[in-house]
Design a protein around this ligand. Structure first.
Ligand code: FAD
Length: 491
């Protein structure tokens, strides 16, 4: 017997093949089989991982946990206030957060309010994407003096990070030293030197603006261990410094003269950067020379100096100078040459020191493997070593380097790895209830969870406050006030 010419045995074989495949195909649609993923940290890594998961799976539910009541990590608290265009990624993150299958649980500190193991009990997969909340230290005498600060905390201070709002920043000195040659070093130098009228129109926090209004800092020295071919900052940030209104660029021509003959052989991004360094030191444009002649502030770029000690002022209330060893560069590969200290020393007078030598991650839960030397969670392709169902993404897994674009790729990759493990049946979905269960635990512990619509109340309140004073937003800088807005305003 046949149906439309297809033999019956073939039809029944096709039906049974289809039926056999059903449990696997529909694994994610039965309510008990819906995978729940917990993401720890609402920075770019967390949001891009969530985006990939939601796009790649028809029923997965994603919960993003964040220790602060406000989302977006370093996009809110790191990116410089005068770079608003960089913050446009928030629009994409908002679209993700507003999806039915995504929840934001703010004001929940993982490792304190709830453990990673408790999350693992309730989630198919847990993603650690909590960034790098600490900074590297120099380990030199005088590093603990008042007004010797980490650039990380200084950034937090002007960006309204609650824990840094009270940072004792004293801008009553003429001169500041910034240790480091990365983009964060240039960010902090630029904030110190930018005319107030420009900063006033950004979302810089009011307490920082008030302090900068009284600032007497006229000169910022940016000091790096290696040479002009090894700087880690990028051309956009350097160009901004060179073009900074009312500010002179000072690069010793001797430091950059030899670059001229190397420029053409360098790979493209380094080529343009090196060309600008060379021209700014040796052949500045006529318009810049004119502008710099009238400048009231200046920044100096110093190379091949390693800090040895921060010497205190006579009253001990802050730094008076930084003492440096003069380095020479060694190694055949010019761009990767190493700095080696010579016997020569020098110093720079200053009343403020900002240390910008890198961020590092910290462990948040003793059950999660952590490589203390590298300051990351050990992982292979985002899978945390030795722990099934535990993943990492972004700076906490890769180290604190790279811009949002790199973190996006990382987040997408983590999402794909989780989807693959789900597809291959590697992860447990049965009995995993996601935040239904976890919310109860948190509520019993007295944690006030902030949802994404709660955040939108904070967002509106900040935008309205900013509008009154001609700023895109005035950030709320302490957690109780954020929670106050959530409670006081109608949805
Ligand atoms: P983060 O953005 O740090 O996010 C981690 C999140 O986890 C935070 O919200 C944190 O509060 C949360 N968290 C931490 N611990 C816990 C916990 N225990 N429980 C719950 N939540 C927790 N890139 C650019 O492309 N352009 C720029 O202009 C730019 N400027 C920068 C300026 C500075 C000062 C810095 C430091 C970086 C800048 N970057 C910039 C790089 C960019 O910010 C990073 O690539 C990106 O933010 C890293 O994302 P992440 O999600 O890994 O970490």
């Amino acid at each position: 017997m046949s149906l439309y010419g297809v033999p019956r045995y073939r039809i029944s074989r096709a039906i049974s093949t289809f039926l056999r495949s059903l449990p696997r195909r529909c694994k994610h649609t039965s309510p008990d089989k819906v995978p729940h993923v917990a993401i720890i940290g609402s920075g770019p890594a967390g949001f891009y991982t969530a985006q990939q998961l939601l796009k790649g799976h028809p029923s997965v539910r994603v919960d993003i946990f964040e220790k602060l009541p406000v989302p977006f990590g370093l996009v809110r608290f790191g990116v410089a206030p005068d770079h608003p265009e960089v913050k446009n990624v928030i629009n994409t993150f908002t679209q993700t957060a507003e999806k039915d299958r995504c929840s934001f649980l703010g004001n929940v500190t993982i490792g304190k309010d709830i453990t990673v193991s408790e999350l693992q009990k309730n989630y198919t997969a847990v993603v650690l994407s909590y960034g790098a909340d600490a900074d590297r230290t120099l380990g030199i005498p005088g590093e603990d003096l008042p007004n010797v600060l980490s650039a990380r905390r200084f950034v937090g201070w002007y960006n309204g990070l609650p824990e840094d709002k009270e940072l004792p920043v004293d801008l009553s000195c003429d001169s500041a030293v910034v240790l480091g040659h990365g983009n964060v070093a240039l960010d902090v130098a630029r904030i110190l030197l930018t005319p107030l009228d420009i900063l006033k129109k950004t979302d810089i926090s009011e307490h920082a603006l008030a302090s900068l209004a009284e600032s007497r800092v006229k000169q910022v020295h940016l000091v790096g261990r290696r040479g002009p071919l090894q700087v880690a900052f990028t051309i956009k940030e350097l160009r901004e410094m060179v073009n900074l209104p009312e500010c002179r660029t000072v690069i010793n021509p001797q430091d950059v003269a030899s670059l001229k003959e190397l420029i053409n052989d360098l790979p493209r991004p380094r080529k343009r950067l090196t060309d600008l360094l060379y021209r700014s030191g040796c052949e500045p444009a006529e318009k810049d020379v004119k502008r710099w002649a009238d400048a009231v502030r200046q920044w100096n770029l110093h190379f091949c100096l390693s800090p040895q000690e921060v010497a205190a002022s006579a009253d001990g209330k802050g730094p008076e100078r930084v003492k440096f060893a003069v380095n020479r560069l060694e190694g055949p590969d010019l761009v990767n040459q190493k700095a080696v200290a010579t016997d020569a020393v020098t110093d720079i007078t200053c009343g403020l020191v900002l240390r910008s030598i890198g961020y590092k991650s910290i462990p948040i839960d003793s059950t999660v493997p952590f490589d203390a030397d590298k300051g990351i969670i050990p992982n292979k392709n985002s899978r945390v070593q030795g722990t099934k169902g535990l993943y990492c993404s972004g700076w906490v897994g890769r180290g604190p380097v790279g811009v949002i674009l790199n973190t996006m790729t990382d987040g997408f990759d983590t999402g794909k790895v989780i989807l693959k493990d789900m597809e291959e049946g590697q992860l447990e979905t049965t009995g995993k209830q996601g935040h239904a269960e976890v919310k109860d635990i948190l509520t019993q512990r007295g944690v006030e969870i902030v949802t994404f619509s709660d955040w939108e109340k904070i967002n509106t309140s900040e935008s309205e406050a900013g509008k009154k004073i001609g700023k895109p937003r005035e950030k709320i800088t302490d957690v109780p006030s954020m929670l106050g807005v959530v409670k006081s305003k109608p949805s």
